[in-house]
Design a protein around this ligand. Structure first.
Ligand SMILES: [Fe+2]
Length: 204
């Protein structure tokens, strides 16, 4: 009897600078109507939905995974379209990994954005990404992509397949501790007055 493990068969991925992945196994899309409560300026969000429609695509994720067991990787691209809501730049919903010690690597392929990161005990970090710049997001950090440019912000990411995502952590806290807003020709991370602090850390 063989003692070799069952193995996955390697697949070729062709990843374009614009974020397309030939060979992907999944695409996840978010529409304007899905973004309720994500931005501080609810009125601006409602006006945008009324004007542009709830079914306008705002960001998407393509990825490839063999399975979701420990040891496997999920690799993919995230594409966030440009724009503002009130004075906030376009964001992804953001999450902490359900297995919270799992790290994630992000490499900017095109556009200009910010990787916004916060810990449950209140540390904050916002790193600007342009093509060729990357961030290795450590475990235990809530993270979100922000498009601060005027073209799609595309990152290549890679993380442990068993990480999972907890999206409620930000909504439960009234939003992230900081928000990324328009500041002249650039951006600034400023305190979010609606933030109530993150919930107690639950080890898993
Ligand atoms: Fe993540």
């Amino acid at each position: 009897m063989s003692t070799h493990p069952q193995v996955d068969i390697p697949v070729l991925l062709e990843i374009s600078r614009g974020g397309g992945i030939k060979g992907r196994s999944r695409r996840y899309e978010k529409f304007l109507g899905d973004m309720e409560g994500v931005y501080r300026d609810d009125e601006a969000w409602r006006a945008a939905v009324a004007e542009r429609g709830a079914d306008e695509l705002v960001y998407w994720v393509d990825d490839q995974r063999y399975h979701e067991g420990p040891g496997a990787l999920i690799v993919g691209t995230s594409t966030v379209l440009p724009g503002t809501m009130g004075d906030e730049f376009a964001v992804t919903r953001g999450h902490i990994h359900a297995v919270s010690d799992r790290a994630e690597f992000y490499y900017c392929m095109s556009g200009r954005g910010v990787m916004q990161m916060e810990t449950l005990d209140g540390q904050v970090s916002a790193i600007e990404l342009t093509p060729g710049r990357a961030v290795n997001v450590p475990g235990h950090w809530i993270h979100r992509s922000v498009n601060v440019g005027d073209e799609p912000f595309v990152t290549l990411f890679c993380y442990a397949a068993d990480a999972g995502q907890d999206y409620g952590v930000i909504a439960d806290a009234g939003g992230m501790k900081q928000i990324i807003v328009v500041d002249g020709d650039g951006w600034a991370a400023v305190p979010n007055p609606d933030h109530r602090g993150y919930r107690e850390y639950v080890a898993n």
